[in-house]
Ligand binder design. Structure first.
Ligand SMILES: [Zn+2]
Length: 1055
């Protein structure tokens, strides 16, 4: 490096270690430009960068958001779209960005410092000196296509958003909170009508106004090399100094040096309609101005009081409005961190005719709470819990640092004094000393006695049709004005712009940067130790095993794997197998999970109500969850998870025993869970992606499989009948749950993972003795094997191809989704695995072959392969497509050409695919808890050798082009072949005919079926009034508007 003569011109403002987590925070400032740098050093393989600019604008033009997209289209010295992403892709990195109302942040996540250091200067040049061409604005921002439709990446993004209830209500609320001279008032994403007239010059002007180095903060969380960082930044400043002034004396800090919003002079309640065909339920937002985010005590008090009011089912607002009065399905809250913060309450699922009433009820309830003494014991528990959770987040999530540092950069003091407050959690000590009077004063001042803005969101069918008609009329008028000639010109314009944007990157350009070494990627070491039945998997030679051996009583049978990491917390995972659960009870499992932490229990012969159970669990844990065991690599099992402090270790194990064996199945709680689950079904059934997957499962998997049993297509029939049965014969249903519980909590089903600093645990093994006896815990039995995914395939699943294809028209869709299934790998030991992973990474790369063939040609929003390595199947999925059959065909042709060698493999993309596998491995092991869990997955669930991950990363590097082509030919191409694969398509009814024709032409046997064809009641018979049910059901299928991305795969209750 030539600049080594010049010492970096960065001044260190401060450096400190947080006293609640092992993190060092260092703050620098450039003496030349005023650019800010904040590094939060913490151990782990991942480096996360957030390059943040404060962006303030006083209109809805969308300049901030469009600029964020255009930055990725090339820069002064690198005039190629996709160059940054291609380079990042082979440097173990990913780029992304977001635009908020007050800032734009560009993110760079990388495994290891070397990759980060390589991409950083190139990325920063894109941010400060982007090459904003008119052509880039055409494709990325907005254009009118050859058919007269509005298009463009940002335009389409905002089109999907602008008429959502959330957006309409939020924007109206902000219009009421802020006058026109305040930036928080505006839609920085861009309103559609404004985007249609936004000019490239306006975007460039916004860039000139805001994107100075002096308005830029480089925020990094991870293991950074400070010397290297400062010299890169110094060189970067040197390289741009002729293009932008490094210091602009007139520059004012956005928001901080602008006028501040005046206080509200009155309360305003307004109704905002949103387009929705189902007019039954609406929602509410209520906003208050709160304290300054720079006042640590006041701001933390806000988190506490809101947790006290609506943190869980036992807090007063939730408990009254949701649980007791059943006026809303939830009341959520959040606050916007600003000099004048905004506090939001959001009751959702409110009956439309009760919107007014519920808003008033919320306010009157808040006043009621403030008028009487508070429950100070619960308040204290809220403070302690909040402090535990902050410590926990600081240890495990990089977002804790990034979001605090971004807020401080935007609004804090420039001398570093506000950032310095991150060093301690002293504000919690102050709040612990607040008395009832102080808390109620606070509550009255900011909330219950304060003016506010309330928006009642009312669904409107009329608005939905009106908007559709107005849009069609607008487009028809435009088409008429343009005429065929005008449209033809527009088509040409877009095609030209595309051509200019897609200039290929010469290989020698990319070759200027060597692929970084992996030596700077520091994976977290977690040492495994085993006790009881787990010892049969081997007992490692290490200090942790010695601790466990010394602590374990003789012949202690329970299967426990310990993972030793230097954490301040204990992460308990109890894995429960479901292989002994009778098939007929499997559809009950999601309800069982929903109720598990929300039911009464018996303790010493005394019944404890569910509210007390929740309160005690909150007091003894950081958080707790029950869910499917997919997160530990087993889709067929369940997991109970607790995060806690070491001193609560024994207490939680006692709790676990109580919940497992002394929980009371209360028909009232069960019915509430059934009603809630039923309410989610119509929305889930509108989701074309999820429904295609559910039908695919029905075709290829056994009904014993847990994911098969918990499908919406099962719930749709099963839950209605169960609800009736609960009314008529509650004891029968309770009896089923008892049976279900017995089948789950047996000794041979239980495997425990304890992640902790094992030396800190008082009795790491014998604390579990409570689980050695008890109903069903026959410790003489052998532990049951974890079900292999491949064992859940039915005959069609083992050799797909004879079913052919099925097309399912859905009135709620306006596009199509598909899932194609063929034979896949069955085992992690398959020698083709490394080449398989590289081939998939190659095909799916950003700006890679499938991206260009499918997304680039507008054939689908995306196409993906699944990576379940030992499931025995390979899936190819098309996501949101105007015609899924065309996307399938284009993908097949692309893969076939590469497999046959007609199209050579792009060396840089192969490097990118290998690097992507390394980044994915770093992602899986980014924190201590994740690294520990990975050991459990590798050793216990998958039965692989301890070094398996490391060896695999070495092997993917040696994959040859011939091996990649062989895998594409033998494993991947069959997923596109009739006779070797089956296809499920969900689509808008209008697409049915063409798709059926196309699939037949490809050689697939085809059939058309309604969704209800794939319902399964799991043997739960209908009562005599079933007819009525089926009618109700048909209605469901016809209502609704559009799909949703809701992932129904993992039901979960969080504490
Ligand atoms: Zn965007």
């Amino acid at each position: 490096m030539t600049s080594s003569a010049q010492k970096p011109r960065f001044r260190k403002i401060q450096s400190f270690r947080t006293d609640y987590a092992p993190t060092d925070i260092t703050q620098y400032e450039s003496e030349r430009s005023g650019m800010r740098v904040v590094v939060a050093d913490r151990k782990g393989p991942k480096i996360n960068g957030y390059f943040t600019l404060a962006t303030e604008i006083f209109d809805d033009s969308g300049a901030p958001h469009t600029l964020e997209h255009l930055v990725f289209m090339g820069s002064k010295n690198y005039k190629y779209k996709g160059l940054l992403d291609k380079l990042a892709g082979r440097a173990y990195s990913n780029t992304n960005a977001w635009t908020a109302v007050d800032h734009t942040a560009y993110t760079l996540e990388t495994a290891g410092w070397d990759g980060f250091a390589q991409i950083l200067p190139i990325y920063l040049e894109h941010v400060i000196l982007p090459n904003i061409t008119d052509d880039a604005c055409v494709t990325e921002v907005h254009h009118v296509d050859g058919e007269g439709n509005d298009a463009g990446v940002v335009y389409s993004e905002m089109q999907a958003l602008q008429y959502s209830s959330t957006e309409l209500m939020d924007l109206r609320a902000r219009r009421l909170l802020y006058p026109e001279n305040i930036g928080f008032r505006y839609e920085t994403g861009g309103m559609m009508e404004a985007l249609r007239v936004l000019t490239p010059e306006r975007i460039r002007a916004f860039h000139r106004a805001m994107y100075h180095p002096q308005n830029l903060a480089i925020i990094i969380v991870g293991e950074a090399d400070h010397e290297s960082l400062l010299s890169i930044l110094d060189e970067f400043e040197e390289s741009i100094k002729d293009d932008v002034p490094l210091l602009n004396a007139d520059f004012k800090r956005p928001f901080v040096e602008s006028p501040q919003p005046p206080p509200l002079e009155k309360t305003t309640v307004e109704t905002v309609e949103f387009p929705e065909e189902d007019e039954s339920t609406g929602e509410i937002v209520v906003g208050f101005f709160g304290p300054s985010c720079n006042d640590q005590v006041q701001a933390t008090a806000l988190n506490i009081i809101m947790t006290y009011l609506c943190g869980s089912s036992v807090s007063v607002i939730e408990n009254t409005i949701v649980e007791k009065e059943e006026l809303a399905s939830s009341v959520s809250w959040w606050w916007d961190s600003r000099p004048n913060s905004v506090i939001w309450f959001q009751p959702t699922g409110v009956a439309t005719e009760k919107l007014d009433f519920v808003e008033q009820r919320l306010i009157s309830l808040l006043k009621e709470v403030a008028s009487k003494p508070l429950d100070m014991q619960y308040m204290m528990e809220c403070i302690q819990r909040e402090r535990r959770q902050i410590k926990f987040q600081a240890e495990g999530s990089e977002q804790f640092y990034s979001s605090n540092i971004i807020t401080d950069y935007l609004f804090g003091k420039r001398d570093g004094s506000t950032l310095a407050e991150l060093q301690t959690l002293d504000e919690y000590d102050v709040l612990e000393s607040w008395n009832d009077g102080q808390w109620r004063d606070y509550l009255r001042k900011w909330i219950s006695d304060a003016h506010h803005v309330s928006i009642l969101g009312k669904p409107s069918m009329k608005l939905a049709t009106g908007l559709k008609e107005a849009e069609e009329a607008r487009l028809a008028k435009r088409r008429e004005e343009l005429g065929n000639e005008g449209l033809e010109l527009l088509k040409e314009k877009v095609e030209n712009a595309k051509k200019h944007n897609e200039k290929p990157i010469p290989p020698e350009v990319l070759d200027q940067w060597p692929v970084p070494k992996t030596t700077s990627i520091h994976f977290i070491e977690s040492a495994t130790a085993r006790s009881g039945k787990a010892r049969s998997l081997g007992t490692p030679q290490n200090a942790a095993q010695k601790v466990i051996d010394a602590a374990a009583p003789a012949d202690f049978p329970l299967f426990i794997q310990f993972e030793n990491v230097p954490t301040n917390f204990v992460h308990l995972t109890v894995h429960i197998g479901t292989s002994e659960t009778p098939v007929k009870y499997k559809p009950l499992l999601p309800l069982f999970a929903d109720n598990f932490f929300n039911s009464p229990v018996m303790v010493d012969g005394e019944r404890i109500g569910f509210e007390d159970v929740v309160k005690r669990l909150e007091k003894d844990t950081v958080s707790y969850q029950i869910s499917g065991a997919g997160r530990v690599g087993d889709n067929e099992g369940m997991t109970l998870q607790f995060q806690l402090e070491p001193e609560k270790y024994t207490t939680i194990i006692q709790w676990l025993r109580t919940l497992m064996f002394d929980l009371v199945f209360d028909p009232v709680r069960l019915k509430a869970a059934v009603v809630k689950a039923l309410a989610d079904i119509p929305e889930a059934k509108r989701d074309g992606r999820a429904m295609a997957l559910e039908v695919d499962m029905a075709i290829h998997m056994l009904r014993e499989s847990y994911p098969v049993a918990k499908r919406t297509l099962v719930k749709a029939v099963y839950l209605r009948r169960l609800k009736k049965l609960l009314e008529k014969e509650p004891e029968t249903v309770v009896g089923w749950f008892e049976e279900l519980r017995k089948s789950l909590f047996t000794f041979q089903n239980i495997r425990v993972l304890v992640t902790a600093d094992v030396a800190k645990l008082p009795e790491p093994v014998s604390a579990w003795k409570t689980l050695n006896k008890g109903p069903g815990l026959d410790t003489s039995k052998d532990i049951l094997p974890i079900t292999r995914p491949v064992a859940m395939l039915n005959n069609e699943g083992k050799t797909p191809g004879s079913f052919g294809s099925v097309v399912i028209p859905m009135t709620t869709l306006d596009s199509s989704y598909s899932v194609s299934t063929a034979v896949g790998l069955k085992s992690y030991a398959d020698p083709r695995l490394p080449a398989f992973l590289v081939a998939l990474g190659y095909l799916e790369a950003v700006e890679g072959p499938l991206w260009n063939a499918v997304r680039g040609n507008g054939l689908a929003y995306g196409v993906f392969f699944t990576r379940e390595v030992d499931a025995g199947y390979l899936q190819f999925r098309v996501y949101r497509s105007p015609d899924a059959s065309k996307a399938i065909e284009a993908s097949r042709n692309t893969v076939a050409k590469i497999a046959a060698g007609e199209e050579p493999l792009d060396r840089h993309l192969v490097e990118g695919a290998v690097s992507g596998i390394v980044l994915a491995a770093a992602d899986e092991q980014a924190t201590m808890a994740a690294a520990a869990q990975q050991n459990f997955i590798v050793g216990v669930v998958r039965g692989l050798e301890p070094e398996w991950n490391r060896k695999m990363l070495a092997r993917v590097r040696d994959v040859t082009p011939d091996e990649i082509r062989a895998v594409m030919r033998d494993l991947i191409l069959p997923v596109f072949e009739a006779g070797k694969s089956n296809v499920v398509v969900t689509c808008a009814p209008i697409m049915e005919e063409n798709i059926v024709k196309a699939l037949s032409t490809m050689g697939y046997k085809t059939q058309v079926q309604p969704l209800s064809h794939f319902y399964d009641d799991y043997g739960l018979q209908a009562g005599e009034d079933e007819d009525e049910d089926e009618d109700e059901d048909e209605d469901d299928e016809d209502d609704g508007s559009g799909g949703s991305d809701k992932d129904d795969s993992d039901e979960e209750m969080d504490g």
